[in-house]
Design a protein around this ligand. Structure first.
Ligand code: C2E
Ligand code: MG
Ligand code: MG
Ligand code: MG
Length: 290
């Protein structure tokens, strides 16, 4: 083919190296595609859970479910790699359904362990949300597992809801009526107007980690976070800070009136069993603290 031909013609090592890279990329994509289809078939995705801590009480008030995929041939594939690929190919719909189904199964395991006030936040891809049968598909998965919607929160990005179309509003209202809580994820990173904040029945804003990162040293970031918290509260929403790693960030966020904190400072996302252990440890710590 052409690239090979030119590479041979001018004998450029660089070009043939580039060509090899392309081939390797192509091979990886093919393999990814194949393995992703098998993973859907075999229900091979796992979820890890990252706790969200209430600033006021120090209690764990919920978790975010984050997908993890370990594949024999590809090794660990991050969601940052395979979710965008699945979105481009339409495979995101069955992947998302597997994830919601797994979250239901894990939810029942938490119930069986007598975990109170279960709240599992699911990241829902824009492609899935905008499918005409999204509401029906999520309703069916919950019903099949006998899992109530009140145990779940749905995280959508600004991009997903930015076109304040009737259909978007209709779906959000339906989800609320079903009992889901609604969050805007990565708030502040999308290119959207703020008008949707007034129109939609939202519960939480999750401030993107890029604002939290240098919050203690950069006044500008601090000003933005402060403004987001004030605005959210006036619109009757609660604020979750994500990507919190340091104690001084926690202290500053508390001073600013942030409601919940999520990040490595408290815990990485954990496999379900480790999360259950973490909960027990946390409750003991709290009892001792009081
Ligand atoms: P996100 O929803 O904004 O998730 C937050 C990401 O930040 C997660 O990365 C999490 O592991 C990471 N994180 C949490 N605390 C900290 C911290 O203190 N420091 C740092 N540096 N990172 C932290 P992860 O799991 O790799 O997920 C990346 C993105 O992939 C997610 O961003 C989300 O957009 C997407 N994703 C993950 N799971 C799912 C899923 O089940 N479905 C869909 N549709 N997307 C998912
Ligand atoms: Mg999220
Ligand atoms: Mg986020
Ligand atoms: Mg993010």
């Amino acid at each position: 083919d052409k690239a090979m031909y030119y590479a041979k013609q001018n004998g450029s090592g660089q070009l043939s190296f580039y060509f090899d890279e392309l081939q390797t990329d192509k091979k990886r994509v093919l393999l990814l595609d194949n393995e992703l289809r098998k993973a859907i078939e075999n229900d091979s995705f796992e979820l890890h859970y990252q706790p969200k801590v209430s600033v006021e009480t120090g209690a764990i008030i919920g978790v975010e479910a984050l997908v993890r995929w370990h594949n024999e041939k590809l090794g660990f594939v991050s969601p940052g790699e395979f979710i965008p690929y699945a979105e481009d190919t339409g495979l995101i719909i069955p992947v998302s359904e597997c994830i919601i189904n797994r979250a239901c199964q894990d939810c029942l395991k938490l119930e069986a362990q007598n975990v109170k006030n279960i709240s599992i936040a699911l990241n829902i891809s824009s492609i899935h949300f905008h499918q005409s049968n999204f509401i029906e598909s999520i309703r069916q998965i919950l019903e099949r597992n006998n899992c109530p919607a009140r145990h779940f929160e749905i995280e959508l990005t600004e991009r997903t809801v930015m076109n304040s179309e009737k259909d978007t509003i209709r779906k959000l209202v339906l989800l609320k009526q079903m009992g889901f809580r609604l969050s805007i994820d990565d708030f502040g990173t999308g290119y959207s107007s703020l008008s949707y904040l007034v129109q939609f029945p939202l519960d939480y804003l999750k401030i993107d980690s890029s604002f939290i990162q240098h919050i203690c040293s950069l006044n500008d970031k601090q000003a933005v976070v402060d403004a987001i918290i004030q605005m959210a509260h006036r619109l009757h929403m609660k604020v979750i800070a994500e990507g919190v790693e340091q104690r001084d960030q926690v202290q500053l966020l508390r001073k600013m009136g942030c409601d919940m904190i999520q990040g490595y400072y408290y815990s990485k996302p954990l496999p379900l069993n480790e999360y259950i252990e973490f909960l027990e440890f946390w409750e003991l710590e709290q009892l001792e603290g009081k």
